[in-house]
Design a protein. Structure first.
Length: 214
């Protein structure tokens, strides 16, 4: 896999979909981590466009508490978009290739994604790799979705989990939520794949928790 070519293709996609927003003079953006900066990246626009991404977020907000319906329908929507949108398909195919080449599918038992934007990428990657998906909510609830069936997972017995995220800045969501949620059910996040790394300290934080970042 030519990583430089992959990076360049995805940078072009970020601009093409309007995912990169630069702040007006004197009005920096506030990030989830609590810090400020001059630009914002809406990685979920790689779903194909801002309009499509906003539509999926709206669906998530309206249905995420209807657990069985939500898992079944978001899986179907993501698959349909993968089959019809060239931007989203290329991004997902790159993630798939990266995991196969750098991590190896036999080293992964579950794939997790955190509420909400991680789900744009984690659900479908789990399906493409034929792995159970662990859907992590902000209140630390975790559901397992595999082959169309949603369950509350039992203990993972120390098994390795690959966490898929849309964006990494300082890693605050990992430390505050995702790592703890997986540990509560007996698993450990050993690796994480992120679509965009802003290189603002997140890698160092993940490494301090024993997580290898791609």
């Amino acid at each position: 896999m030519n990583l430089d070519a992959m990076y360049n293709r995805n940078i072009q996609k970020l601009f093409k979909t309007g995912a990169i927003k630069v702040c007006p003079p004197g009005k920096p953006f506030w990030y989830t981590s609590g810090t400020i900066g001059p630009y914002y990246i809406n990685t979920h626009f790689l779903y194909g466009s801002e309009e499509k991404a906003v539509g999926l977020l709206d669906f998530i907000d309206k249905t995420k508490e209807d657990i069985d319906r939500f898992h079944e329908e978001i899986s179907a929507r993501l698959w349909e978009n993968y089959c019809s949108d060239s931007i989203y398909k290329d991004v997902m195919d790159q993630l798939l290739g990266l995991v196969r080449d750098k991590i190896g599918i036999n080293n992964i038992f579950h794939i997790s994604g955190g509420e909400r934007r991680d789900w744009f990428f984690s659900f479908l990657l789990a399906e493409l790799l034929d792995k159970p998906h662990l859907t992590i909510y902000k209140d630390f609830k975790v559901y397992e979705f595999y082959k169309g069936i949603t369950t509350v997972p039992g203990t993972l017995e120390g098994k390795s989990v690959l966490h898929v995220a849309d964006l990494l800045t300082e890693g605050s969501s990992y430390e505050k939520a995702w790592i703890q949620a997986i540990r509560k059910i007996g698993g450990f996040i050993r690796q994480s794949v992120v679509v965009v790394d802003r290189k603002q300290g997140g890698r160092k934080l993940l490494e301090s928790h024993g997580i290898e970042l791609y």
